[in-house]
Design a binder for this molecule. Structure first.
Ligand code: G3P
Ligand code: CA
Length: 283
C-alpha cells in the first residue's frame, strides 16, 4: 500500500471518529441546530401534578424528575414574612380559611397544605421563601413569581434582601429569575436586582401585544412569558426579535406540550415535567 493511500485512510478515519462521536452529536443537537435546542423544563408550583403545589413535596418531586427550574408564588404574611402560596386566600390549598395577609408566619405554618391533594401529603407546611432558597440553591433553578405584589408593599425589597444576604443576586448561570403579572413590580425588582434576569408574565389580554410594548418590556425584562393559548409562531418571532426568551404557561397535557415544542419555545412551564421530557430529540 502506498504511503499516500495510508495517509488518506488515516485522515478519513480521524474525520469519521470525530464527526460521528456522541460528544459531537450532542453538541450539534443542543447548540448548532436550533431545531433541537434544549427546552427549559419548569415545574409549575413544583411538580404540582404529582404533589401539593408550592410545598417542599412538590419541589422535591420536581428535583427528582430532573426539571431545570421550580416556579414558586411568593406572597407576604401579616408580620412581613415571605412565603410560597398561589392564591391570596388559604381556602383552596389548606385546611384554613381567610386571606394570606391576615395570618402571621407562625399561624399560617400551622395549616395543613397537603391533605387537600392527598392523605399521603398530610402535614405539609406552607414553606418560607428563605427556606426554599436555602434548600434548592445550586440544585435546581428558581423562577420566583411576585404574586399580587400590589397587596404587599415592600415585597420587592424583601425578596431582594433575601437574595443579597445569600449572595444569590449575581447568579452566573441565570438560574434565579424574578417575574410577575404586575409589570411595575418587575421594573422595581429589576432596579433592586440588576444582575438577575427578569420576566414579564402576560395573560390572555396580551394576545395583541404590539411591537412597541415588547420593546418597552425588553428594556427591563429578559423573558416574555405568556399564557400558552396566545403563544404562536408570530409571537415567538417577535419576542426573539427583541432579544427576549419565551416560556409559556401552564402545560397540563401532552398535546399542549407538543404544540409548544413544535413552536420551538425556549421553555415550558408545566404541572407535569414528564410531558416536556418525553421528547429526547427536542429537549
Ligand atoms: O409562571 C407562570 C404561571 O405561574 C402564572 O400563572 O396563576 O399559575 O401563577 P399562575
Ligand atoms: Ca405562578
Amino acid at each position: 500500500m502506498s504511503s499516500k493511500l495510508i495517509f488518506t485512510l488515516l485522515v478519513a478515519l480521524i474525520f469519521l471518529s470525530v464527526f460521528t462521536s456522541p460528544a459531537f452529536a450532542s453538541n450539534a443537537e443542543t447548540k448548532g441546530n436550533p431545531h433541537h435546542k434544549k427546552v427549559v423544563n419548569v415545574a409549575h408550583r413544583g411538580a404540582s401534578g404529582h404533589a401539593p403545589e408550592n410545598t417542599i413535596a412538590a419541589f422535591d418531586k420536581a428535583f427528582q424528575m430532573k426539571s431545570d427550574f421550580i416556579e414558586i408564588d411568593v406572597q407576604m404574611t401579616a408580620d412581613g414574612k415571605l412565603i410560597a402560596i398561589h392564591d391570596t386566600t388559604v381556602n383552596r390549598t389548606t385546611d384554613g380559611t381567610g386571606s394570606v395577609s391576615d395570618y402571621t408566619l407562625e399561624e399560617i405554618q400551622q395549616l395543613d397544605a397537603g391533605s387537600w391533594f392527598g392523605e399521603e401529603f398530610a402535614g405539609e407546611q406552607i414553606p418560607t421563601f428563605e427556606e426554599i432558597l436555602d434548600k434548592y440553591r445550586g440544585k435546581i433553578g428558581i423562577l420566583i413569581e411576585l404574586k399580587s405584589p400590589e397587596l404587599y408593599p415592600g415585597m420587592e425589597q424583601k425578596v431582594a434582601e433575601a437574595l443579597k444576604e445569600r449572595n444569590m443576586d449575581k447568579p452566573r448561570n441565570g438560574k434565579i429569575i424574578v417575574q410577575s403579572f404586575n409589570h411595575e413590580s418587575v421594573q422595581l425588582s429589576k432596579e433592586l436586582l440588576p444582575r438577575i434576569p427578569h420576566g414579564v408574565l402576560a395573560g390572555m389580554s396580551w394576545a395583541d401585544v404590539t411591537g412597541e410594548e415588547l420593546e418597552e418590556f425588553a428594556t427591563y425584562a429578559d423573558y416574555f412569558n405568556p399564557n400558552m393559548n396566545i403563544a404562536n409562531e408570530d409571537l415567538i418571532d417577535r419576542v426573539h426579535g427583541k432579544d427576549m426568551k419565551m416560556w409559556p404557561y401552564t402545560v397540563r397535557t401532552q398535546e399542549q406540550a407538543d404544540r409548544l415544542l413544535d413552536l420551538k419555545v425556549d421553555g415550558i412551564i408545566t404541572d407535569f415535567p414528564e410531558y416536556v421530557h418525553r421528547h429526547p430529540g427536542k429537549n
